[in-house]
Design a protein around this ligand. Structure first.
Ligand code: SF4
Length: 323
């Protein structure tokens, strides 16, 4: 039997290359090795999204990119979190075995509370409990995580141990599987952000992609074409590492000796990136031309997810004594 994996993405709309390298690429690779449950976590979005009028369209845009990127509904369960309401019930039960002190020490809670001081809601502090419910509802044994998400996963494991010892062994302790790529920076060398536009969405055209790459910040100390460069401080070089792994070493050497200039280096990156992204863009156009298909996929995914969730909840209620 394959192990089960659970992973979710917040509905932020169209995916960009940071989402692609940090999550989507991994989701696609894991499909053959694991029994995958993939989810757009729209309830989580409510912890910070006060205007929900765009939530459905953001979810839809994201699902188009997820499927275009290679998540196959024949292999994996793909659904939207709120379509399986059992997650809210499980989250309520798990919150009863989770000390508040555990939640208050989570670094991302402190960061988020600083970012939205006018809206430090209960959902924000309870976010790791809902995340744990997402994982446990499907009894996932493995969760793909970035290094920064390890504290959340450790908390999920602590909640599992508490629940299992208070009632009886019910859930597996989920293991983390580190994603291959660390956080990818934006074209200006800062964290990627839709607000600043320093990112490249998967769905934009090849021409737009090239234009964006040509505007990227490089090694700031390299002022003239004849100056030797420092690829280790250059984000274009890092992107070569992701999209042009075979040539990246040679590019680094050519940069250090000024054999290659930044314009040619960026053009090469744009060409390699467009080559990798073109099939994704083509599949997205195909999916867009089939209205109703994405809804069908999500409905079928929610039905499969709900079947697992209902079994888990029957067991949980019985263990607690609520049956
Ligand atoms: Fe960066 Fe390439 Fe310019 Fe070197 S040649 S500084 S790696 S863009």
């Amino acid at each position: 039997m394959k192990k089960r994996i659970f992973s979710g993405m917040r509905p932020t709309g169209r995916l960009h290359i940071g989402n692609y390298l940090g999550a989507l690429h991994n989701w696609v690779q894991l499909q053959d090795e694991f029994d995958c449950v993939y989810c757009v976590v729209d309830i989580h979005a409510l912890t910070s999204l006060e205007d929900t009028s765009q939530l459905k369209s953001l979810t839809r845009e994201m699902v188009l990119d997820i499927m275009a990127g290679g998540v196959d509904p024949e292999k994996s369960i793909l659904f939207v979190q709120s379509q399986v309401p059992e997650v809210a019930e499980l989250s309520a039960y798990l919150s009863m075995v989770t000390p508040l002190s555990w939640l208050l020490r989570v670094p991302t809670f402190k960061e988020k509370a600083k970012l939205q001081p006018h809206n430090v809601n209960y959902g924000l502090v309870g976010y790791p409990v809902l995340m744990t419910a997402d994982i446990l509802l499907y009894k996932a044994q493995v969760v793909p995580v970035g290094q920064d998400q390890m504290p959340h996963l450790e908390l999920a494991r602590e909640i599992v141990r508490r629940f299992n010892s208070q009632y009886s062994p019910t859930f597996p302790e989920p293991e983390g599987r580190l994603t291959r790529f660390p956080m990818v920076l934006g074209l200006d060398g800062e964290k990627m952000s839709k607000q600043t536009g320093n990112l490249i969405e998967l769905a934009i055209t090849a021409e737009e992609t090239t234009r964006k790459i040509m505007s990227a910040i490089t090694d700031p100390s390299r002022r003239f074409r004849s100056d030797p460069g420092n690829p280790e401080v250059c984000n274009v070089y890092r992107l070569h590492g992701y999209f042009n792994a075979d040539e990246v070493e040679g590019i680094g050497a050519a940069c250090r000796t000024a054999e290659i200039g930044c314009v040619d280096c960026k053009k090469l990156l744009a060409e390699r990136m467009n080559r990798e992204l073109e099939p994704i863009r083509r599949r997205r156009r195909e999916l867009e031309s089939r209205p109703g298909y994405v809804d069908e996929v999500l409905e079928a995914g929610a039905e499969k997810a709900r079947a697992i969730a209902c079994r888990t909840m029957a067991e949980v209620r019985s263990r607690i004594g609520l049956d």
